[in-house]
Ligand binder design. Structure first.
Ligand code: AMP
Ligand code: ZN
Length: 469
């Protein structure tokens, strides 16, 4: 399996540290607002990568942090006249709700920065003892000149970085690229006791601390959007590798931006749609298909036309799944045994996904499969049940479990649930007729038999309703 590693700027063969599990850390949201559909691109592509690793048989320790202490949260808490912790708790819950709606699998760990302050303080103390961090009036900075490899991820040297970065002027720093590990508390801000006085951690140290705490000093995969390469991930490397003197991450993966008119969708530019807004118009499956149709590392323009066509595409696949579901109920061991090579489709899918998660080609394999299976169904009057079992298994394993561009469980549940309710209503109607015909013993029998199945009938003046136990 090949993964494009931002650090080496080439595709590398994937070898996890442990043979049967993968440690994966993805930078999560700062919870001061609902996340936008651009953030969703990074979250969903990370989810697909994780699901594909699981498809390959790995267990994945998937970690996505919640940054719940930050300047933006403090700003919002002042605007809304609420404690910062309340603002963060509200948007963290909104984050989990929206992720679930987007069918993103639950993480193994969702650490919150404020639960790991002690580890961050210890890490900063270690850096200070080594002479790599320095304290100025309760603000602690990382001394970039002490880490020789600074710039290795972004592929630039310190001079280039200084020239290219918009760095805030701060008299306390020795070098403009030095960054805050610990920020001295200002009046009314959330703060914690530390060896440098009351304060709060800087953003970069949070990820170094939580990643090490939960996954170990060296991890397999660390991912995030392209905007995090510099300075966030560059700084994480500097902190962790200076403190632990070993490689921090083996494979660095970065997601391309979702753009609007070729400009990055971002909160600060105001050119964004929230994920929950988009979910009112398009299904999670369609949104996931829209993202899957572009290579994760490249840019993608947001467009209603592309989302509309993804919605139609997802419907095409689910229509076949529905047809298969019906055929499974009706099919028997009679009929033809079509000459169909399921293994070829699994192999094709794995081949393109093994090549740095080429989801656009993975999607193409699925559409080829849909076309071929539809043809077999329309060409043959009666087909043996095994064909439908295998076809469903492919759609479940690949389109549902890996890409999440269809939802077979929902399909089964909703159609079976509706059918079951319809059948109960039908029996209630029959019982009404029996009662009118004074056939009370048969009417009672229906009530008692339904009761045994856990379905309780309740008679009232306005008619009979039912409850499931
Ligand atoms: P934030 O809450 O801004 O830290 O962003 C959370 C995640 O979304 C990070 O991995 C960002 O890199 C990513 N992200 C932000 N904007 C976009 C965008 N327009 N397209 C893709 N990913 C983005
Ligand atoms: Zn991070």
């Amino acid at each position: 399996m090949l993964i494009y590693n931002t650090l080496s700027r080439k595709k590398e063969e994937f070898h996890p540290i442990h043979p049967d599990f993968v440690t994966m850390y993805v930078c999560g949201p700062t919870v001061y607002d609902f996340f936008h559909i651009g953030n969703a691109r990074s979250f969903i592509m990370a989810d697909i990568i994780r699901r594909y690793l699981e498809f390959k048989g790995f267990k994945v320790k998937f970690t996505m942090n919640i940054t719940d202490v930050d300047d933006n949260i403090i700003k919002k808490s002042i605007q809304e006249k609420k404690p910062a912790s309340e603002v963060a708790a509200y948007y963290a819950q909104a984050f989990f709700d929206d992720m679930k709606k987007l069918k993103v699998s639950a993480a193994t760990f969702n650490p919150r920065a404020t639960n790991h302050i002690e580890t961050m303080i210890n890490l900063i103390s270690d850096l200070e003892k080594k002479g790599i961090a320095y304290n100025v009036n309760g603000n602690v900075f990382f001394d970039v000149s002490k880490f020789n490899e600074y710039g290795k991820l972004s592929g630039k040297n310190i001079n280039e970085l200084e020239a290219g970065a918009r760095i805030e002027i701060n008299d306390e720093k020795k070098n403009p690229l030095d960054f805050a590990l610990w920020k001295k508390a200002k009046e009314g801000e959330p703060s914690w006791d530390s060896p440098w006085g009351k304060g709060r951690p800087g953003w970069h140290i949070e990820c170094s601390a939580m990643s090490t705490n939960l996954l170990g000093k060296t991890i397999d995969i660390h991912a995030g959007g392209n905007d995090l390469i510099f300075p966030h991930h560059e700084n994480e490397i500097a902190q962790s590798e200076s403190a632990f003197e070993q490689k921090f991450v083996n494979y660095w993966m970065h997601f391309g931006f979702l753009n609007i008119q070729n400009e990055k969708m971002s909160k600060s530019l105001g050119n964004f749609f929230t994920a929950r807004e988009i979910l009112t118009k398009y299904s999670a499956e369609a949104i996931r298909l829209f993202f899957s149709q572009t290579y994760y590392g490249g840019p993608l323009n947001f467009s209603d036309e592309l989302l509309d066509s993804a919605q139609k595409g997802a419907e095409k696949i689910i229509n076949l799944a529905e047809k298969i579901e019906h055929s499974l109920k009706a099919a028997t061991d009679d009929g033809v045994n079509p000459d169909f090579n399921f293994q070829k489709y699994y192999d094709d899918f794995a081949k393109v996904m093994d090549d740095d998660f080429n989801t656009p080609q993975g999607v193409a394999v699925i559409f080829d499969f849909v076309k071929a299976v539809n043809k077999i169904i329309s060409d043959n009057e009666k087909i043996k049940i095994q064909f439908f079992v295998d076809a469903k298994k492919f759609l479940k394993g690949v389109a549902d479990n890996v890409l999440g561009i269809i939802s077979l469980e929902q399909l089964g549940k909703s159609s079976e649930g509706i059918l079951e309710d319809d059948l109960i209503k039908l029996l209630i109607g029959v019982r009404e007729t029996l009662k009118k015909e004074k056939n009370f013993s048969l009417a009672d029998q229906i009530r008692n038999d339904l009761n045994k199945l856990g379905i309780l009938l309740e008679d009232s003046k306005s008619g009979t309703t039912f409850k499931k136990r």
